[in-house]
Write a protein that binds this ligand. Structure first.
Ligand SMILES: O=C(CO)COP(=O)(O)O
Length: 279
């Protein structure tokens, strides 16, 4: 049977709004991202680079409506040959069952029905504040794939790097491998999956992790993932922003990263576009 999973582009830029914004501000932010005069989203590049917004649960539905309108204006203006959407929508978590007596939880089936294709799982904040375990994250990843969405699994070492770089890399890969293996064992081999490498010590800091550290850890993570039939993307998150991607930066090591404010997102899009190989 043909796979009905979403097709992942070469590069992905993700914007998680965590719990930062009011609903109004989230919708204004999305409109700004999509506004052609802000020159951020380039639908013609969609097979190579996609942006995804990951708002809170309450604003998924109105965001989906805005995206629907944006997309319909695009297709009436100039027909696209591709079925890839020009912009993706994600959720920040989901429950591991699709339905039932689970007060306060959010069903992956509902998330899918509202138009999301990505579900972020196992974020460091969920692990540290809500004690979310590897096993729970893996079950959520399986539930996400069962709804034909893509799990965006956050991995990253808690231990900040010591003075010996190679030891720091080995420690980080060992810490990340536990969740990588748990998730890969839980999801079908042909399901696409995204791993967001987010060293816990680099989240919400003035500076991101060093490029050499990230590149070496991501290489180790890719080795742990090994060969599978489903697509895999490994992204970076943790105080990421403009200036991190281009020459000598993360573009050589990862398949995308997180970004934040409108101006910063525009700059990061430019940096990634400059490194795309145009067909
Ligand atoms: O947690 C992150 C993405 O999931 C990154 O957050 P910061 O960019 O604030 O470090």
């Amino acid at each position: 049977m043909a796979s009905t999973y979403p097709i992942l582009p070469e590069k992905l830029l993700l914007i998680s709004l965590k719990m930062y914004f009011t609903p109004d501000r989230t919708l204004t932010y999305l409109r700004e991202l999509l506004n052609p005069s802000n020159d951020i989203v380039h639908p013609a590049n969609r097979d190579k680079l996609l942006l995804a917004l990951i708002p809170d649960f309450l604003t998924i539905w109105p965001c989906a409506q805005i995206l629907k309108e944006y997309e319909s204006n695009l297709t009436t203006g100039s027909p696209q040959s591709t079925s890839t959407p020009p912009f993706l929508l994600g959720a920040q978590d989901c429950f591991w069952e699709p339905q039932g007596a689970y007060t306060g939880e959010v069903s992956p089936a509902s998330i899918r029905a509202l138009g999301c294709t990505i579900v972020e799982l196992g974020h460091a904040e969920r692990r540290s504040i809500f004690n979310e375990s590897d096993d729970q994250t893996a079950r959520k990843a399986a539930a996400t794939c069962a709804q034909h969405m893509v799990p965006l699994v956050c991995i990253g070492e808690v231990t900040s790097p010591g003075p010996i770089a190679s030891q720091a890399v080995g420690q980080a890969v060992t810490e990340c491998a536990v969740l990588v293996q748990a998730v890969l064992a839980a999801i079908p081999d042909d399901a696409p999956v995204i791993f967001a490498y987010e060293p816990v010590w680099a989240i919400g800091q003035p500076k991101p992790a060093g490029v050499d550290h990230v590149a070496a850890v991501v290489q180790g993570i890719r080795a742990v993932i090994g060969v599978r039939s489903g697509a895999v993307r490994v992204l970076y998150g943790g105080s990421a922003g403009p200036g991190l991607w281009g020459v000598g930066g993360l573009g050589r090591a990862v398949d995308g990263m997180f970004a934040h404010e409108i101006g910063g997102v525009r700059e990061v899009v430019r940096e990634v576009e400059e490194t795309l190989v145009v067909a």
